[in-house]
Design a protein around this ligand. Structure first.
Ligand code: NDP
Ligand SMILES: CCCCC/C=C\CC(=O)/C=C/C=C/C=C/[C@@H](O)CCCC(=O)O
Length: 329
């Protein structure tokens, strides 16, 4: 019998999640039946969506939702071999049993030298979010100017690099000077610390006096209200996330966007990366190629230890991560 450790949602979050909202439990796993696999989590993802989704899809005492890179340690399923690594959506667990149907193989051609944790970030769901959000929602064209916030994070850092590959000018903002320095290092044309500028409006104008063709919004709230006034005519806004609001007990007033939307004839479109599930293989193949060619640089914030999952999650929500936040078991 294998004993799995799991993190459950002890109490629904009120405002910012607290360590006391989580509970660490042990579960004795049964012996495998024919067709089943036993897997151990190697890397686990902590993502912003877990905060808003917890209220929508979880009840108290549920195991926290989430994805992991896991290794097959025992197999009674001829289609799966012990030692193989896969991406699973089994939540915050150290070990779990699967029938194989919910497992994704790493993209073919994954080199031994490439950290498998990237399958949770740049070459995974966040990277695909950047890929489809920029190419299919923003529909960025060469020579255009792209604005992205939370730019040093898992999604934003890929948006900026894909925009450069696509021949765009890229402006990014993030919440620390170290993150701003990182953005410039990975090729952003302009970058600023939104927490320290005296005026967001002036900072956005200085970074691109002609305005923005595409705005990849990860943050929402006040930032979106200011940024929309600097969109160029016929600009496109990809509403990817609203992390500035996830921890609000009372939702902020939405940005007043009607006037610029009308007079600039803007297109604003919300999207979920899961809407392109049938094209994830295409996206992952492209992202893996760009990473191997050195055109997309990857950065991870690795927290050691399964016991530190709540701290890693809370830290990410507070902006303590540079790059994709993952937990190494
Ligand atoms: N639509 C979709 O299908 C998907 C949407 N998303 C969304 O994309 C966004 C980025 O996700 P991801 O890249 O995984 O996360 P990140 O790796 O970017 O980490 C979250 C970052 O958000 C920033 N942040 C946190 N709170 C605030 C705030 N109040 N105001 C401004 N910035 C804040 C912090 O960076 P900083 O230092 O810049 O403050 C923090 O590091 C999220 O909104 C997420 O929900 C992600 C995946 C799929
Ligand atoms: C209050 C409404 C909030 C709506 C959307 C909030 C955030 C958008 C976002 O971050 C969406 C993320 C989508 C992630 C998809 C992840 C899947 O690959 C895996 C889901 C994990 C699981 O099923 O356990």
């Amino acid at each position: 019998m294998v004993t799995a450790k799991v993190w459950v949602l002890k109490k629904h979050f009120e405002g910012f999640p607290k360590i006391s909202d989580f509970d660490l439990k042990k579960i004795e796993l049964p012996n495998l039946k024919d067709g089943e696999l036993l897997l151990e989590s190697v890397f686990l993802s902590v993502d912003p969506y877990m905060r808003p989704y917890s209220r929508r899809v979880m009840k108290e005492d549920d195991i926290m939702i989430g994805t992991q890179v896991a290794r097959i340690v025992e197999s009674k399923n001829p289609a799966f071999t012990v030692g193989v690594f896969v991406v699973a959506r089994s939540g915050w667990r150290t070990h779990f049993i699967s029938d194989g149907k919910d497992l994704q193989a790493l993209p073919s051609g994954w080199p031994e030298s490439l950290p498998r944790s990237l399958a949770l970030g740049t070459i995974g769901m966040p990277g695909l979010t950047a890929y489809f959000g920029l190419l299919e929602v923003c529909k960025m064209k060469p020579g255009e100017t792209v604005l992205v916030n939370a730019a040093a994070g898992a999604v934003g850092s890929v948006v900026g690099q894909l925009a450069k590959i696509g021949g765009g000018k890229v402006v990014g903002c993030a919440g620390s000077d170290d993150k701003v320095a990182h953005l410039k290092k990975i090729g952003f044309d302009e970058a600023f610390n939104y927490k320290t500028v005296t005026s967001l409006d002036e900072a956005l104008h200085k970074a691109s006096p002609d305005g923005y063709d595409c705005f990849f919004d990860n943050v929402g709230g006040e930032f979106a209200s200011v940024a929309i006034n600097q969109m160029k005519k016929y600009g496109r806004i990809a509403v990817c996330g609203a992390i500035s609001q996830y921890n609000d007990s009372v939702p902020q007033k939405g940005p007043y966007v009607q006037m610029p939307m009308i007079f600039k004839e803007l297109r604003m479109e919300g999207f979920l990366v899961t809407s392109w599930n049938n094209r994830w293989e295409e996206g992952l193949k492209a992202l893996l190629k760009w990473v191997m060619e050195g055109k997309v640089k990857c950065h991870e914030q690795v927290t050691e230890g399964f016991e530190n999952m709540p701290a890693a999650f809370i830290g990410m929500l507070k902006g303590e991560n540079l790059g994709k936040a993952v937990v190494k078991v």
